[in-house]
Write a protein that binds this ligand. Structure first.
Ligand code: ANZ
Length: 840
């Protein structure tokens, strides 16, 4: 056989790959193999990679996302599912608007040309996408339904106008998005940004906080890191609200705590700078200092305030009474207490809370220990936050601190000064954006000042064209349009339109369902949703594990509550991929360290790129770009390209049939290897989402096939090899579909695609089991010799075989010690390699 890259007529895989891939893509398009068949009688699967934002260029992250979704989609089709694997464009957003301001381009044109460029790039990847279902969220035929959804939210009491913080540019007199604030200054004016409160449209996602929290228990197909991000964002906490009486019996200040047992250690109470009682609780001589502090604090975002450890603050001059011991303690304000969580007021226990410790240290407040550390020696240098024994705590002194939590809580409750409370970190969703390139909020302000929804029949509320992006005195660009607002009502009155557009997270919170059906009459049909949802697999970066995935879940819960979706939870399996780095850092245009997928596809083909991106390490780990690894994948594929052609020379291309077995030991072994590998590859992709091990198995498998392709065999055995080869191509087809289909056609002589075939119905017993496995035996990690385990493969089988025939050397090593564990160690293709017997 010639060198791996050389074909018969002196051509090579590298020379041929571009035309081969484009031929396959044309054949797929012509045959309609990737058609979406909404009414298919087959079981259904909806597989989706997060839709791209059309920035202008697709990057390796996109290639990775669709390589993952495509592997799942293609395996599902082989397994007999009808598959929906669509793509669209998350087309609204600020960059289009910035381009409009800078280059005088229309956001719609800028976006459309970016979509056209990126569509070409993504098409070159050869993903089995349902392009028939493509849409852009900036298309009025889509955003009309985003507006419809908003009206549904209004109808069901989910939307309201509330105060929300915005970034105000005092020179341009406009609201800026967070991305437009650079080092605290406006991106165009350079002016220091002020934080201001403005009336905005908000959504009551907090109504669903408990349901969103509870739903997480169902999500067994999500990674622990994604679930923990969701838990953190929703932030459910159970605690106690405790009333600290104000002087002169003038009501109470209520604090929220999760550690009620520390109440005897309180040495001050701190409230948020924007707590409603600040003014009332500030004594006249403290007022100037308090006022100055509040002004400074409110210029900072909540995030800045909480991540900062300077722990500034000022006292208000008033005391409150600790209900546990009747002691008076001073009230402070500090910006590490946020007004939007709990009650916006906390009891400070410096001895047992590190933030309170730091605060007390800076401001010279006393520290009072009420939980004794088990081995206390020197005076503490930080807060003690573990379990211990209560002290100086009235009748609770001497009690274990964990038991004291509920004991103290009950006592305070019974005394009528406290109530149990459940709190969430989740805040309502402030939806309004003072931006142009988004879906206009379909609301009208009536002459009497009340708000009404635009009638459904008048949707969409179109974005106007007559907008001046350079006007620097408008809160929102829509205000510069003469055609947009006001509007004459049928009854002769005149109403003003809402001038804001929706946060683009609203588009991505429901877009998945639009793929089901691009209807003019409804957002999507409930029957289609009943048949196709929830998403079986959703692929995207872990950075979306909070915001997007929270909003997506919220809107799905909402749509379920009004009967439009069959399940609350939108996503069964969430595959959160890692990122592709260059020399250890994230690729970015601004750093100039990017690798273009186009360039790689040009040189090596899409199959090489796709196989490479999923090989070697788990898909959810970050990986460093390595050209030599890429070339190794290219050589591997080149080897398959030439052996497939070689097989077609030796054996006249013809259909393949599954053999019964073979009298030839090597061929029989190959059949066993092939069927076992295919079972594992399907399991890797379907259940373990372990694409890199599936690819490692393909390497082993094609390595075993190769020598047999040109071996001296009977016709029957050659046919058996051809069968094994073509079935292995189905495994390859999940990652390198072009070459797999090309090789399939070459070997079978068919004009039809491999993707019309089914996954082979084999088990790892189909050809009997290979009964020759030998593995290493260890005692306490020390090698004692090889053992024959015959055809045992599961942990239990292997341990049973090993125990039954324990070699003398192992017996001597174990001696009279007690065996505590037996561990089967597997290689990365999960074949057993070693058994380790562990003794006490
Ligand atoms: C007294 C105490 C003693 C606390 C102690 C902790 C340890 P999670 O679990 O996240 O809900 N807290 C309450 N409201 C706050 C607010 N608006 N801003 C900042 N901090 C606030 O956190 C609850 C704890 O966070 C509460 O329990 C309170 O401090 C603080 F040894 O109360 B703790």
């Amino acid at each position: 056989m010639s060198s791996s890259m050389q074909g018969t007529a002196g051509t090579s895989y590298t020379d041929e790959v571009r035309s081969l891939e484009s031929k396959m893509q044309h054949a797929w398009a012509a045959s309609g193999i990737d058609r979406y068949d909404p009414d298919s009688p087959r079981p259904k699967r909806f597989v989706l990679g997060m839709f791209p934002y059309p920035s202008g260029r697709a990057h390796l992250g996109h290639a990775l996302v669709y390589s993952i979704s495509d592997a799942v989609a293609r395996l599902s089709r082989f397994q007999g599912y009808a598959v929906l694997h669509p793509i669209g464009w998350d087309a609204f957003g600020l960059p289009a608007e910035n381009a409009a301001t800078m280059n005088n381009a229309r956001p719609a044109d800028w976006t459309a040309s970016n979509i056209a460029a990126m569509r070409r790039q993504i098409e070159a990847g050869g993903f089995s996408l349902n392009w028939s279902q493509e849409f852009s969220t900036a298309d009025p035929r889509f955003y009309r339904w985003t507006q419809w959804l908003f009206l549904k939210l209004v109808e069901h009491g989910q939307a309201y106008r509330g105060l929300s913080w915005v970034n105000w540019d005092p020179v341009d007199k406009t609201v800026l998005a967070n991305e437009q604030v650079i080092d605290g200054r406006g991106w165009r004016s350079g002016a220091p940004i002020e934080r201001r409160q403005m009336q905005q449209w908000c959504l009551r996602i907090t109504d669903f906080a408990q349901a969103l929290h509870d739903g997480l228990d169902e999500l067994t197909g999500w990674s622990p890191r994604a679930l923990s991000a969701q838990h953190g964002w929703i932030g459910r906490s159970e605690g106690l609200e405790i009333d600290f009486a104000l002087p002169n019996n003038d009501g109470a200040l209520t604090v929220y705590t999760t550690q009620p047992h520390t109440v005897f250690g309180v040495t001050s109470v701190t409230i948020a700078p924007d707590h409603p009682l600040v003014a009332e609780l500030t004594t006249p001589h403290r007022r100037p200092e308090v006022q100055a502090y509040i002004e400074r604090a409110l210029q900072r975002t909540e995030l800045e305030r909480q991540s900062d450890d300077s722990k500034t603050g000022v006292p208000l001059g008033t005391d409150v009474v600790n209900p546990a011991n009747g002691e008076r303690v001073p009230i402070w304000i500090s910006d590490y207490v946020v007004s939007t969580y709990g009650t916006g007021a906390i009891m400070n226990v410096p001895a047992h809370d590190q933030r309170d410790w730091d605060f007390a240290e800076i401001h010279g407040l006393p520290v009072r220990t009420v939980i004794e550390a088990p081995e206390e020696t020197a005076p503490p240098t930080e807060a003690f936050t573990s379990q211990g024994v209560m002290r100086d705590s009235g009748c609770f002194t001497g009690m274990d601190s964990i038991q004291a939590i509920s004991a103290v809580a009950e006592w305070l409750e019974e005394s009528g000064v406290a109530r149990r409370a459940t709190k969430f970190r989740l805040r309502d969703w402030s939806l309004g954006r003072q931006r142009y390139w988004g879906a206009p909020i379909p609301m009208l302000k009536m002459p009497d000042g009340t708000w009404e929804g635009v009638p459904e029949s008048e949707l969409p509320v179109l974005l106007p064209d007559d907008v001046d992006f350079s006007a620097s005195d408008a809160v929102s660009p829509l205000e510069t349009s003469a055609s947009f607002s006001p509007v004459a009502l049928p009854d002769g009155r005149v109403a003003e339109r809402a001038m804001d557009t929706m946060d683009t997270f609203m588009d991505s919170a429901w877009y998945a369902w639009r793929f089901l059906e691009l209807s003019e009459d409804m957002p999507f049909a409930p029957e289609k949703a009943a048949a196709w949802t929830p998403l079986h697999t959703y692929v995207g970066g872990i950075e979306h594990a909070t915001q997007h995935m929270i909003y997506f879940r919220y809107i799905s819960h909402f749509l379920h509550s009004i009967g439009l979706l069959p399940t609350r939870e939108p996503v069964v399996n969430f595959l959160d991929n890692g990122i592709v780095k260059l020399d250890g850092s994230k690729m970015s245009k601004s750093k100039g360290n990017t690798i273009s997928p186009d360039d790689i596809i040009d040189r090596y083909g899409a199959d090489t790129l796709r196989l490479y991106l999923l090989s070697d390490s788990p898909f959810d780990k970050d990986r460093d770009w390595d050209e030599s690894g890429l070339q190794a994948k290219h050589r591997f594929l080149g080897g398959i390209w030439s052996t497939a052609r070689r097989l077609a020379e030796i054996r006249t291309p013809a259909d393949v049939v599954m053999p019964d077995g073979s009298g030839n030991r090597a061929v029989l072994k190959l059949l066993r290897t092939t069927s076992a590998a295919l079972v594992r590859i399907a399991d890797d992709v379907e259940n373990r989402r372990s694409f890199h091990t599936a690819i490692a198995r393909l390497h082993t498998l094609f390595g075993a096939l190769r020598p047999l392709v040109s071996a001296d065999l009977s016709d029957e055995d050659r046919d058996a090899v051809a069968w094994a080869y073509t079935q292995s191509l189905k495994g390859l087809a999940l990652f390198a579909p072009h070459l797999a289909d090309y090789a399939w056609r070459t070997i079978t002589g068919r004009e039809t695609t491999i993707f019309e075939e089914s996954w082979p119905e084999v088990t790892d017993q189909t050809f009997g089991r290979d009964s020759e496995l030998t593995i290493g035996l260890q005692v306490n990690g020390k090698f004692v010799g090889p053992v024959e385990v015959g055809n045992a493969r599961t942990d239990e089988e292997i341990i049973a075989v090993v125990e039954a025939g324990l070699p003398d050397r192992a017996r001597r090593r174990i001696g009279s010690a007690q065996v505590t564990d037996r561990i089967v160690v597997r290689d990365r293709t999960s074949l057993p390699r070693t058994v380790n017997i562990v003794t006490r």
